[in-house]
Design a binder for this molecule. Sequence first.
Ligand SMILES: [Zn+2]
Length: 530
Amino acid sequence: MTRLWIAALTLVTVGCGTSSPTAESFAGWQTPAEACDYRCTSTYAEVRAALDRVAAEAEGVRLGTFGESAEGRALPLVVWGAPDASPSTVRQTGKTRVLVFANIHAGEVAGKDAMLELLRDVASGAHRAWTDSLVVMIAPIYNADGNERFELENRPYQLGPVDGMGQRPNAQGLDLNRDFVKLASPEARALVGLIRDADPHVVVDLHTTNGTFMGYHLTYAPGLSPNTPEGIDADLWDRWLPAISDSVLASDDFAIWHYGNVPGAFGEPVSVPRGWYSYSAQPRYSSNYVGVRGRYGILSEAYSYAPYRERVAVTRRFVEEILDRTWAEAAHVRRRVAEADRERVVGERVAVRATWDALPEPVDILLGAVDTVAHPVTGAPMYERRDVREAERMPAYVRFAPSESVTAPALYVVRGRVRERVAGLLDAHGITYRRAGVPAGDRQAFRLDSVRTAERAFQNVRMQEVFGAWAPVSDDAAGEGALIVPVDQPLGRLVVMLLEPRSDDGLVAWGVLADALAEGRVPIERIPAP
Ligand SMILES: [Zn+2]
């Protein structure tokens, strides 16, 4: 592949006689993964060095950072198509903005190396047209600390890179793809801050998946929350993802479809009918969070048992196609997002819990098979995909429907000691609120019948669920300082999912209100829609 690439560049040089200095200086430059023939993945230092070189030599490519990891590593951000790498400048371009980030799970390294290849190609003169209407932001090594904890034993059974790869969690032991709501890690605070301030219209999160032996090289998911704006859902479900998959199949023969697993894939007991099941609709996950914010969220999962070279290749092609499509529809994407920002959910039904929903008709799911091979150093078993695609028709539970909804109120009122902690989270998400006395009027308080607290911690939190119901209150709390959070704002859906006590991914669920619950009260009230 690399040799062909060099040959192609040489041809351009000879044929046209007008190669740019950039293209010449990048001719023959290989990414770390290419240089070791995909036995290895890039270290943090190698990623930094590669980005420094691209930024120094490539026209219009800027390099910045968007925060620091728990261990103090700067988190690099490449910006292409804006005068500088700051979020405010990116936003002021008025262009359509795309953010691609990789390595959130630092054993799932294909996206990181694929983005270095893409940037090398950009530096060599490829994809010039994109910057007409796009700003492309790439954060190739999001979980930087996890990346540096190389072990040969990480990601057992994954087919390399055989020189080792990083670990799934960050240095605090947190899974960054469960942290988009509670923001317990500095990395998630930084990334959500970037999403808030640079406001990308499209956000792509690059992973690698094990699980069911499948015929797909890559699986994807759009934002899965039932609270995703309809127009964005329609674009991603009905047009973008099918067309992108068709393009990659046609160009490279990589099969791509919705993320899923057949029950039992992870050795769990099987309690549901055989089918293809996606993962979750909760906004703690990146692409669901982006969807709830009214933006285009796309999850990408390369297949663990495909050779590393192919995982990098399919991820790169998937991202290229997403960028091509966003470029082709740049104005449409901006309009869709502006529409989503104008939509208001006050008085509308908003889901606070969701469950799997099958597509109307069963689907031919492409199942696969693997051979077991030995790791060249440790001898541990790894799986290698066989090139088979066996269609099995089964129900496809790749969508989610509300299992519990509320009528969104006009506003929420947060009272008591927890105010400052809540205000910090609202600020981090970019949610508008004001500090004022508790407003007069038809307030409701949550009448707490019982609290269920998980026996074991998940992500360092013993998660909670409250049971009870909203009921009118008549006490006079006027004058007491409170946070007043209107639902009448662009992030109204997220407001409801954070503050509604029965939400399975809100402040109650994540234990933020645990002290008040222990005293028998929910320190959030609401004023219903008129
Ligand atoms: Zn992952």
